[in-house]
Design a protein around this ligand. Structure first.
Ligand SMILES: *[C@@H]1O[C@H](CO)[C@@H](O)[C@H](O)[C@H]1NC(C)=O
Ligand SMILES: *[C@@H]1O[C@H](CO)[C@@H](O)[C@H](O)[C@H]1NC(C)=O
Ligand SMILES: *[C@@H]1O[C@H](CO)[C@@H](O)[C@H](O)[C@H]1NC(C)=O
Length: 264
Protein backbone atom coordinates (compact mmCIF):
# COMPACT_ATOMS: atom_id res chain seq x y z
CA UNK A 1 0.00 0.00 0.00
CA UNK A 2 2.55 2.53 1.05
CA UNK A 3 4.80 1.78 -1.87
CA UNK A 4 1.88 2.24 -4.27
CA UNK A 5 0.97 5.62 -2.81
CA UNK A 6 4.59 6.72 -2.98
CA UNK A 7 4.85 5.72 -6.58
CA UNK A 8 1.56 7.47 -7.39
CA UNK A 9 2.82 10.65 -5.80
CA UNK A 10 6.04 10.32 -7.70
CA UNK A 11 4.24 9.84 -10.97
CA UNK A 12 2.03 12.86 -10.50
CA UNK A 13 4.99 15.03 -9.58
CA UNK A 14 7.01 13.99 -12.56
CA UNK A 15 4.09 14.59 -14.94
CA UNK A 16 3.72 18.08 -13.56
CA UNK A 17 7.39 18.76 -14.12
CA UNK A 18 7.20 17.53 -17.68
CA UNK A 19 4.18 19.68 -18.41
CA UNK A 20 5.87 22.79 -17.10
CA UNK A 21 9.16 22.24 -18.81
CA UNK A 22 8.18 20.72 -22.11
CA UNK A 23 4.65 21.80 -22.77
CA UNK A 24 5.10 22.31 -26.52
CA UNK A 25 6.56 18.85 -26.86
CA UNK A 26 3.71 17.25 -24.93
CA UNK A 27 1.31 19.08 -27.18
CA UNK A 28 3.10 17.79 -30.22
CA UNK A 29 2.89 14.20 -29.10
CA UNK A 30 -0.79 14.60 -28.28
CA UNK A 31 -1.53 16.30 -31.57
CA UNK A 32 0.19 13.55 -33.51
CA UNK A 33 -2.03 11.05 -31.79
CA UNK A 34 -5.07 12.95 -32.95
CA UNK A 35 -6.45 14.46 -29.82
CA UNK A 36 -8.92 17.11 -30.69
CA UNK A 37 -8.41 20.21 -28.57
CA UNK A 38 -11.17 22.78 -28.17
CA UNK A 39 -9.86 26.10 -29.44
CA UNK A 40 -12.55 28.78 -29.32
CA UNK A 41 -16.23 29.53 -29.68
CA UNK A 42 -18.44 32.52 -30.31
CA UNK A 43 -22.15 33.07 -29.56
CA UNK A 44 -23.45 35.56 -32.12
CA UNK A 45 -26.06 37.78 -30.44
CA UNK A 46 -27.13 39.54 -33.66
CA UNK A 47 -28.40 36.23 -35.10
CA UNK A 48 -31.13 36.11 -32.47
CA UNK A 49 -32.15 33.59 -29.86
CA UNK A 50 -34.63 30.77 -29.71
CA UNK A 51 -37.17 30.05 -27.02
CA UNK A 52 -38.15 26.45 -27.29
CA UNK A 53 -34.87 24.75 -26.73
CA UNK A 54 -36.04 21.22 -27.31
CA UNK A 55 -37.68 21.79 -30.69
CA UNK A 56 -34.99 24.12 -32.02
CA UNK A 57 -32.09 21.91 -30.98
CA UNK A 58 -33.80 18.82 -32.29
CA UNK A 59 -34.12 20.52 -35.70
CA UNK A 60 -30.41 21.35 -35.55
CA UNK A 61 -29.67 17.77 -34.63
CA UNK A 62 -31.65 16.41 -37.59
CA UNK A 63 -29.73 18.75 -39.88
CA UNK A 64 -26.37 17.77 -38.42
CA UNK A 65 -27.21 14.06 -38.61
CA UNK A 66 -27.92 14.61 -42.28
CA UNK A 67 -24.60 16.39 -42.76
CA UNK A 68 -22.77 13.77 -40.71
CA UNK A 69 -24.10 10.92 -42.83
CA UNK A 70 -21.81 11.88 -45.69
CA UNK A 71 -18.46 13.37 -44.75
CA UNK A 72 -16.39 11.64 -47.42
CA UNK A 73 -14.55 14.82 -48.27
CA UNK A 74 -14.56 16.43 -44.85
CA UNK A 75 -17.13 19.11 -45.52
CA UNK A 76 -20.89 19.35 -45.20
CA UNK A 77 -23.50 22.07 -45.24
CA UNK A 78 -27.25 22.35 -45.25
CA UNK A 79 -30.29 24.21 -44.05
CA UNK A 80 -33.51 23.44 -42.24
CA UNK A 81 -36.61 25.25 -41.05
CA UNK A 82 -38.46 28.12 -42.68
CA UNK A 83 -40.61 31.15 -41.90
CA UNK A 84 -37.91 33.29 -40.39
CA UNK A 85 -36.57 30.43 -38.31
CA UNK A 86 -34.11 29.03 -40.83
CA UNK A 87 -31.07 27.14 -39.62
CA UNK A 88 -27.93 27.09 -41.75
CA UNK A 89 -25.05 24.80 -40.90
CA UNK A 90 -21.53 24.50 -42.27
CA UNK A 91 -19.03 21.96 -41.05
CA UNK A 92 -15.42 21.52 -42.12
CA UNK A 93 -12.83 19.05 -40.90
CA UNK A 94 -9.08 19.56 -41.15
CA UNK A 95 -7.78 18.14 -44.41
CA UNK A 96 -5.93 15.21 -42.86
CA UNK A 97 -8.77 14.01 -40.62
CA UNK A 98 -10.20 10.53 -41.26
CA UNK A 99 -13.91 10.27 -41.95
CA UNK A 100 -14.62 8.63 -38.59
CA UNK A 101 -12.63 11.27 -36.66
CA UNK A 102 -14.40 13.91 -38.69
CA UNK A 103 -17.81 12.53 -37.76
CA UNK A 104 -16.91 12.29 -34.10
CA UNK A 105 -15.67 15.89 -34.22
CA UNK A 106 -19.12 16.91 -35.45
CA UNK A 107 -20.71 15.21 -32.45
CA UNK A 108 -18.22 16.85 -30.09
CA UNK A 109 -18.76 20.24 -31.70
CA UNK A 110 -22.55 20.10 -31.46
CA UNK A 111 -22.59 19.08 -27.82
CA UNK A 112 -19.90 21.69 -27.08
CA UNK A 113 -21.73 24.55 -28.73
CA UNK A 114 -25.08 23.58 -27.20
CA UNK A 115 -23.50 23.86 -23.81
CA UNK A 116 -21.59 27.08 -24.51
CA UNK A 117 -24.28 29.00 -26.43
CA UNK A 118 -27.52 27.44 -25.17
CA UNK A 119 -29.91 30.04 -26.66
CA UNK A 120 -28.12 31.53 -29.64
CA UNK A 121 -29.08 30.68 -33.20
CA UNK A 122 -25.73 31.99 -34.45
CA UNK A 123 -22.75 30.18 -32.96
CA UNK A 124 -19.40 28.91 -34.11
CA UNK A 125 -17.00 26.50 -32.46
CA UNK A 126 -13.44 25.61 -33.41
CA UNK A 127 -11.50 22.46 -32.56
CA UNK A 128 -8.17 21.15 -33.78
CA UNK A 129 -9.93 18.82 -36.19
CA UNK A 130 -13.03 20.74 -37.22
CA UNK A 131 -15.14 23.86 -37.20
CA UNK A 132 -18.94 24.00 -36.86
CA UNK A 133 -20.74 27.15 -37.95
CA UNK A 134 -24.47 27.49 -37.18
CA UNK A 135 -26.43 30.53 -38.25
CA UNK A 136 -29.90 31.89 -38.90
CA UNK A 137 -28.44 33.78 -41.87
CA UNK A 138 -27.29 32.36 -45.18
CA UNK A 139 -23.53 32.89 -45.32
CA UNK A 140 -22.49 30.17 -47.75
CA UNK A 141 -19.44 31.28 -49.76
CA UNK A 142 -18.92 34.47 -47.78
CA UNK A 143 -15.86 35.39 -45.80
CA UNK A 144 -16.52 36.25 -42.15
CA UNK A 145 -13.90 38.76 -41.06
CA UNK A 146 -15.62 39.63 -37.81
CA UNK A 147 -14.84 36.49 -35.89
CA UNK A 148 -11.11 36.07 -35.93
CA UNK A 149 -8.70 34.92 -33.25
CA UNK A 150 -5.18 33.71 -32.88
CA UNK A 151 -3.21 31.31 -30.75
CA UNK A 152 0.53 31.03 -30.36
CA UNK A 153 3.15 28.81 -28.87
CA UNK A 154 4.49 30.58 -25.75
CA UNK A 155 8.09 29.81 -26.69
CA UNK A 156 10.13 32.32 -28.64
CA UNK A 157 12.50 31.22 -31.36
CA UNK A 158 16.20 31.48 -30.68
CA UNK A 159 18.35 33.60 -32.92
CA UNK A 160 17.31 35.74 -35.85
CA UNK A 161 13.61 36.51 -35.35
CA UNK A 162 13.33 38.56 -38.52
CA UNK A 163 14.69 35.78 -40.66
CA UNK A 164 12.46 33.26 -38.92
CA UNK A 165 9.38 35.41 -39.53
CA UNK A 166 10.37 35.75 -43.17
CA UNK A 167 10.81 32.00 -43.60
CA UNK A 168 7.51 31.26 -41.86
CA UNK A 169 5.69 33.70 -44.08
CA UNK A 170 7.34 32.19 -47.15
CA UNK A 171 6.22 28.65 -46.24
CA UNK A 172 2.67 29.78 -45.45
CA UNK A 173 2.52 31.74 -48.67
CA UNK A 174 3.64 28.71 -50.66
CA UNK A 175 0.91 26.65 -48.99
CA UNK A 176 -1.63 29.35 -49.68
CA UNK A 177 -0.76 29.27 -53.37
CA UNK A 178 -1.21 25.52 -53.35
CA UNK A 179 -4.53 25.60 -51.46
CA UNK A 180 -6.02 28.27 -53.71
CA UNK A 181 -4.84 27.20 -57.13
CA UNK A 182 -7.53 26.99 -59.76
CA UNK A 183 -6.71 23.50 -61.04
CA UNK A 184 -7.77 21.67 -57.88
CA UNK A 185 -10.64 19.23 -57.92
CA UNK A 186 -13.51 19.77 -55.47
CA UNK A 187 -15.16 16.93 -53.53
CA UNK A 188 -11.87 15.84 -52.05
CA UNK A 189 -10.63 16.08 -48.48
CA UNK A 190 -7.65 18.17 -49.53
CA UNK A 191 -9.66 20.67 -51.55
CA UNK A 192 -8.39 24.13 -50.53
CA UNK A 193 -6.10 22.54 -47.97
CA UNK A 194 -2.33 22.29 -48.00
CA UNK A 195 0.27 21.11 -45.50
CA UNK A 196 4.03 21.06 -45.81
CA UNK A 197 7.34 21.17 -44.05
CA UNK A 198 10.62 22.93 -44.57
CA UNK A 199 14.03 22.73 -42.95
CA UNK A 200 15.19 25.87 -41.20
CA UNK A 201 18.78 25.19 -40.23
CA UNK A 202 18.69 22.20 -37.89
CA UNK A 203 15.00 22.61 -37.18
CA UNK A 204 12.01 21.69 -39.26
CA UNK A 205 9.00 23.89 -39.63
CA UNK A 206 5.59 22.28 -40.21
CA UNK A 207 2.62 24.23 -41.49
CA UNK A 208 -0.88 23.97 -42.88
CA UNK A 209 -3.50 26.25 -44.39
CA UNK A 210 -7.16 25.53 -45.09
CA UNK A 211 -10.37 27.15 -46.27
CA UNK A 212 -13.91 25.89 -45.76
CA UNK A 213 -15.10 24.27 -48.96
CA UNK A 214 -18.04 26.61 -49.45
CA UNK A 215 -15.64 29.37 -50.50
CA UNK A 216 -14.65 29.90 -54.09
CA UNK A 217 -10.98 29.26 -54.80
CA UNK A 218 -10.54 33.00 -55.33
CA UNK A 219 -12.16 33.81 -52.00
CA UNK A 220 -10.01 31.18 -50.32
CA UNK A 221 -7.00 33.15 -51.43
CA UNK A 222 -8.59 36.40 -50.22
CA UNK A 223 -9.43 34.80 -46.87
CA UNK A 224 -5.92 33.42 -46.37
CA UNK A 225 -4.35 36.76 -47.34
CA UNK A 226 -6.52 38.36 -44.67
CA UNK A 227 -5.44 36.07 -41.84
CA UNK A 228 -1.81 35.93 -42.96
CA UNK A 229 -1.71 39.71 -42.66
CA UNK A 230 -2.21 39.15 -38.91
CA UNK A 231 0.95 37.08 -38.69
CA UNK A 232 3.13 39.85 -37.20
CA UNK A 233 0.52 40.62 -34.54
CA UNK A 234 -0.22 37.03 -33.73
CA UNK A 235 3.07 35.25 -33.75
CA UNK A 236 6.07 37.53 -34.08
CA UNK A 237 9.10 35.32 -33.31
CA UNK A 238 6.95 32.57 -31.74
CA UNK A 239 7.80 28.91 -32.26
CA UNK A 240 4.24 28.20 -33.29
CA UNK A 241 1.10 30.09 -34.14
CA UNK A 242 -2.25 30.07 -35.80
CA UNK A 243 -4.89 32.50 -36.94
CA UNK A 244 -8.45 31.31 -37.45
CA UNK A 245 -11.69 32.75 -38.70
CA UNK A 246 -14.84 30.81 -39.63
CA UNK A 247 -13.67 30.29 -43.23
CA UNK A 248 -9.94 29.78 -43.19
CA UNK A 249 -7.00 29.22 -40.90
CA UNK A 250 -3.31 28.55 -40.83
CA UNK A 251 -0.93 27.00 -38.35
CA UNK A 252 2.81 26.51 -38.09
CA UNK A 253 4.93 24.71 -35.48
CA UNK A 254 8.39 23.26 -35.08
CA UNK A 255 6.86 19.84 -34.52
CA UNK A 256 4.83 17.62 -36.83
CA UNK A 257 1.29 18.45 -35.71
CA UNK A 258 -0.05 17.49 -39.12
CA UNK A 259 0.59 14.94 -41.85
CA UNK A 260 2.69 16.67 -44.46
CA UNK A 261 4.05 15.99 -47.88
CA UNK A 262 7.74 16.83 -48.04
CA UNK A 263 7.61 18.34 -51.49
CA UNK A 264 5.09 21.13 -51.53
C1 LIG B 1 1.24 7.91 -30.41
O1 LIG B 1 0.85 6.98 -31.37
C2 LIG B 1 1.91 6.20 -31.86
C3 LIG B 1 1.39 5.31 -32.96
O2 LIG B 1 0.11 4.81 -32.68
C4 LIG B 1 2.57 5.41 -30.70
O3 LIG B 1 3.67 4.67 -31.18
C5 LIG B 1 3.04 6.41 -29.66
O4 LIG B 1 3.56 5.71 -28.54
C6 LIG B 1 1.90 7.30 -29.21
N1 LIG B 1 2.39 8.30 -28.29
C7 LIG B 1 1.77 8.61 -27.15
C8 LIG B 1 2.40 9.62 -26.31
O5 LIG B 1 0.74 8.06 -26.83
C1 LIG C 1 -45.25 29.82 -42.29
O1 LIG C 1 -46.01 30.89 -41.77
C2 LIG C 1 -47.28 31.01 -42.38
C3 LIG C 1 -47.96 32.29 -41.85
O2 LIG C 1 -47.64 32.51 -40.50
C4 LIG C 1 -48.10 29.75 -42.11
O3 LIG C 1 -49.36 29.83 -42.75
C5 LIG C 1 -47.34 28.54 -42.64
O4 LIG C 1 -48.00 27.36 -42.32
C6 LIG C 1 -45.92 28.51 -42.05
N1 LIG C 1 -45.18 27.42 -42.69
C7 LIG C 1 -44.47 26.57 -41.99
C8 LIG C 1 -43.73 25.54 -42.77
O5 LIG C 1 -44.34 26.61 -40.76
C1 LIG D 1 -16.47 36.19 -52.13
O1 LIG D 1 -16.64 36.74 -50.87
C2 LIG D 1 -17.43 37.91 -50.84
C3 LIG D 1 -17.34 38.52 -49.45
O2 LIG D 1 -17.68 37.60 -48.45
C4 LIG D 1 -18.85 37.53 -51.25
O3 LIG D 1 -19.70 38.65 -51.21
C5 LIG D 1 -18.80 36.95 -52.65
O4 LIG D 1 -20.09 36.50 -53.03
C6 LIG D 1 -17.81 35.79 -52.73
N1 LIG D 1 -17.61 35.40 -54.12
C7 LIG D 1 -17.86 34.18 -54.56
C8 LIG D 1 -17.58 33.93 -56.01
O5 LIG D 1 -18.30 33.29 -53.86
Amino acid sequence: MSSSSVSKRFVSVSILAVVTLHFPFIQSVLSLNQTNAYLQHVCIKSDGTYKSESSYESSVKVLLDFIGADLDYGFGSGSAGSNGSAIYAKFQCRGDTSESKCRSCLTTAFSGIRRLCPHNKGRIIWYDNCILDLSSIYTYGEIDNKHIFYLYNAKDVNGDTKLFNKNTRALLYKLKEKASRKEQKPYRKDYMYAAGEESLGKMKLYAMVQCTQDLSVKNCSVCLDGIMAKLPRCCNGKQGGRVLNPNCNFRYEFYPFVQTQKTI
